[in-house]
Design a protein around this ligand. Structure first.
Ligand SMILES: [Zn+2]
Length: 280
C-alpha cells in the first residue's frame, strides 16, 4: 500500500485523514484513502505444510530501464537455496539513463572495470540452469520483467538459454495479486514487504530486494494455507492463471486511458512480440 498524497476521509470509517497519514486502497482509476486503523493486515502464520517450507533461491536485477527487451542488466543478486549469495556488477557498454541511476545509484563511473555483459550473463544463465537441474524454486518479484530481460540478454550475447520450460518460479508479485485481486492499492516490492512485515532497508539494491522477495514468498505461504498447498509445479499453473486475470483486469483500464496493454500469456516470460498500445 502507499501513503495518501492528498487529505481526505477514510473510505471505511469516515475519519478525516491528513496528507500522508493514511494509505491508498483500490484499483487503478479508483483509488480510495483509508486510515491506518482500517488498513488491512495479512492473516496470521499457520503451521500447515506447503511449498513455503522448501529452501528457495532468489534473483533480482538492477537495470538501465523498464523495457526488458531492450534495457540491460547492471547488477545482479543470485541467492541460492543453500545460503550462498552471488552478487555482481556489469559494465553495460551502453549509456545509463540518469533517471535509472537516480533509482539504484549505479553510474557509468561506478561500473567502470566491472565484467563485460557476455561473461556476467553467462554466469547468471549457468546459475539458473543449475536450479532447473536440481528442481529448486526461484523467487523473482515480477518475473515477467527480470526473466524476460535475462532471456533477451542471453540472446543478445549469443549464449545458450536456460531450460525455461522446466524452471520453477515463485513470483510474489503475481501470487499477491492472486490473493488480493488488486484490492489493496499499489503493490510494488516495498508495498508488499511492508504489508507482510518484511524488512527492506535498502530498496533498489539487488541483494536487498532479492532477500525481501524471498522472505515475502515464505510469509505468503505461512499465512495462506490455500496458497501454500500443492507443489511448485501446481503453483506455476496457478500463477499463470493469476497473471492472465491481472493482465485482463489491467487491460480493461489501460484501454480506456491509452496505456500499454499487458499480455495475459506473458508470465513468467513475455512473448517476444512488442506490446500493443491502444489509444482512447
Ligand atoms: Zn478508517
Amino acid at each position: 500500500m502507499r501513503v495518501n498524497k492528498y487529505a481526505g476521509r477514510c473510505a471505511e470509517c469516515g475519519a478525516s485523514v491528513a496528507v500522508e497519514a493514511g494509505q491508498l486502497i483500490g484499483a487503478p482509476g479508483s483509488w480510495r484513502t483509508i486510515c491506518l486503523t482500517c488498513s488491512p493486515t495479512p492473516p496470521p502464520r499457520g503451521d500447515h505444510g506447503g511449498w513455503h517450507e522448501l529452501a528457495l533461491a532468489s534473483l533480482d536485477f538492477e537495470t538501465t530501464g523498464v523495457d526488458p527487451l531492450t534495457d540491460r542488466v547492471l547488477s545482479f543478486a543470485l541467492l541460492d537455496d543453500r545460503g550462498r549469495d552471488f552478487c555482481g556488477l556489469i559494465d553495460p557498454a551502453v549509456p545509463i539513463p540518469a533517471a535509472s541511476a537516480a533509482v539504484h545509484g549505479l553510474t557509468a563511473e561506478a561500473l567502470a572495470g566491472a565484467p563485460a555483459p557476455v561473461d556476467a550473463i553467462a554466469e547468471v544463465v549457468a546459475w539458473v540452469q543449475d536450479l532447473v537441474d536440481r528442481g529448486i524454486g526461484l523467487v523473482v518479484f515480477n518475473a515477467a520483467y527480470d526473466l524476460t530481460m535475462l532471456r533477451a540478454e542471453a540472446e543478445r550475447w549469443g549464449l545458450a538459454q536456460p531450460d525455461w520450460s522446466r524452471l520453477l518460479v515463485v513470483d510474489p508479485y503475481v501470487v499477491d495479486w492472486g490473493i488480493e485481486r488488486g484490492g489493496l492499492g499499489p503493490r510494488r516490492l516495498t508495498d508488499v514487504a511492508t504489508y507482510y512485515g518484511v524488512t527492506l532497508d535498502n530498496a533498489h539494491d539487488a541483494t536487498a530486494d532479492a532477500r525481501a522477495a524471498r522472505e515475502i514468498a515464505h510469509e505468503i505461504g505461512r499465512r495462506h494455507p490455500d496458497i501454500a498447498a500443492g507443489s511448485l509445479e501446481q503453483l506455476m499453473d496457478r500463477q499463470r492463471a493469476w497473471y492472465a486475470d491481472r493482465a485482463e483486469d489491467w487491460n480493461r483500464y489501460a484501454a480506456t486511458v491509452g496505456r500499454t496493454l499487458d499480455d495475459p500469456a506473458g508470465w513468467p516470460l513475455q512473448r517476444v512480440a512488442a506490446p500493443v498500445v491502444r489509444s482512447a
